[in-house]
Design a protein around this ligand. Structure first.
Ligand code: TYD
Ligand code: MG
Length: 457
């Protein structure tokens, strides 16, 4: 009998499902040709896995007797990252940080390492050379003797250096470049990603060191590697934005230590990422001249009120089929709103091209922008500008009714803060307004026609 038989299994590279035999189609995610054979375990003479001694003696406790102490959190430099993490970095947490290539993941992590004074950070990279990192650090322009760079991809070697250095925070750029000796398959394969992550998780939990894992994103926007990764980690952060614009949004998709509603906004400029404290002010272009086709919407991104400018262009269709094109807004939703305008309010848009754009490269999903979209389309269609001190915050229903939205007080307060003088909201939001002393003029409307009359007479 063969003494050491290498064990293999078949994994779907898209969802991570395991099969005993090769199949053409993954039955769990329905993808074709994604099943690849990988070595699962190589017989090991010594237990390479237990890099850290597991010496914990935990026993069952009555839930009543468990004392809650405030989780001590490491305060990171800047406010945005702290807020998105739920008030700071929790020791021993494993954070997966995903985003499109070139969006600025490495920049944000390096910037954090450079600005985290007094805590030793180890930035492990398998993607760039030390010189490249140094050049980037010079661009960012912070000096920190506690920031260490290691170019290494084998987890065993990384753990060896970690034992010597004893860092307070560990950053891995990226999880897809790591490999462990325990498994034979190539870096980036499902079983490597899963195994290296679980090794790092063991390290994080046993030494209470927070670990950031940068993760690549696949074409369809998921973090590459099995979904299981997202289950293993404590926090999943996502960095998004349009690479042609300077704004970047940092969101948490999962957070075991805080809410997932928080949002961080950054601006990419020549010397790294800068936090944006007053996003609304930047997203609204303060044009002197009033142009038709723009309307400002009071939306919410997570817990933050945000005013965004919606731009519409309505013109006679040059070709037979009218074009409908949107940037940053759901095109099906635009079609629905146009149908409402056509059917309920009698605006003839059937033979017109309609283009819609959310300024600043943002994507908005909040239905409260509906009214601003409709107003921008009307304004462009009629070629009459909307006064620049007016904004809108309401959803529009299929029968042309103006529907109420949540957290109206916060949106009104944000509009007021930015000097708007008039806000159109749903009549059904009247009850929801608790703050009595809004200085801004609030116009309550219940139908699209009322808005049209209010704006254009
Ligand atoms: P990077 O952090 O390498 O992205 P990721 O790790 O997510 O792939 O960011 C790369 C982009 O950021 C690159 O196209 C250049 C830009 N950038 C700046 O504009 N200013 C800067 O100071 C830095 C460091 C990068
Ligand atoms: Mg990178």
């Amino acid at each position: 009998m063969a003494k050491s038989k290498v064990k293999t299994a078949f994994f779907c590279q898209s969802c991570g499902s395991q099969y005993p035999k090769w199949v053409g189609k993954c039955t769990s995610c329905s993808e074709w040709n994604t099943i690849v054979e990988e070595v699962v375990s190589k017989p090991q003479p010594n237990d390479v896995k237990s890099t850290f001694n597991i010496n914990r003696t935990s026993k069952p406790q009555q839930i009543e007797n468990i004392e809650i102490s405030d989780i001590p959190r490491i305060k990171l430099p800047g406010t945005e990252l702290n807020r998105v993490l739920g008030g700071g970095l929790v020791p021993g947490s494993l954070i997966l940080f995903g985003g499109d290539p070139g969006i600025g993941k490495s920049t944000l992590m390096l910037q954090m390492s450079l600005r985290l004074k007094g805590s030793k950070t180890l930035y492990v990279t398998g993607e760039e050379s030390e010189q490249q990192i140094k050049m980037r650090a010079d661009r960012i322009g912070n000096k920190n003797p506690d920031c260490f760079i290691l170019t290494e991809t084998s987890t065993q070697n990384i753990f060896h250096h970690i034992k010597e250095l004893q860092p307070d925070v560990l950053v891995i750029d990226s999880i897809q470049t790591l490999h462990t000796e325990v498994i034979d398959s190539s870096p980036g394969s499902i079983s490597q990603v899963r195994e290296t992550t679980s090794e790092l998780m063991r390290y994080a939990k046993e030494t209470s060191t927070p670990v950031f894992l940068i993760g690549h994103i696949t074409k369809d926007g998921n973090i590459a590697g099995p979904k299981i990764l997202e289950h293993m980690v404590d926090v999943v952060l996502q960095f998004e934005g349009d690479r042609n614009h300077i704004y970047r949004l940092l969101r948490s998709i999962k957070n075991r230590f805080g809410s997932t509603n928080e949002l961080g906004i950054y601006e990419m400029h020549g010397a790294g990422l800068r936090e944006v404290d007053n996003p609304s002010e930047i997203l609204i272009s303060n044009k002197e001249e009033q142009l038709s086709g723009t309307a400002v919407a009071g939306t919410m991104e997570g817990n933050r009120p945000l005013l965004v400018e919606i731009q519409a262009l309505v013109s006679s269709a040059a070709y037979g089929t009218p074009q409908r094109s949107t940037t940053g807004f759901d095109s099906r939703r635009l079609n629905m709103l146009l149908a409402v305008l056509e059917k309920r309010c009698g605006f003839k848009l059937g033979a017109k091209d309609v283009f819609l754009n959310v300024a600043g490269g943002l994507k908005v999903n909040d239905p409260s922008v509906d009214l601003a979209v409709i107003s921008a389309v009307l304004s462009s269609g009629e070629d009459m500008p909307i006064s620049s001190n007016t904004c809108f915050s309401a959803e529009v229903g299929l029968s042309g009714e103006i529907r109420p939205i949540s957290r109206i007080d916060q949106r009104i307060a944000e509009a007021e803060k930015l000097g708007f003088e008039k806000i159109y909201i749903s009549k059904y939001n009247k009850k929801g307004i608790t703050a009595a002393n809004h200085k801004i003029e609030i116009v309550f409307v219940s139908k699209v026609e009322e808005v049209f009359r209010g704006l254009f007479g």
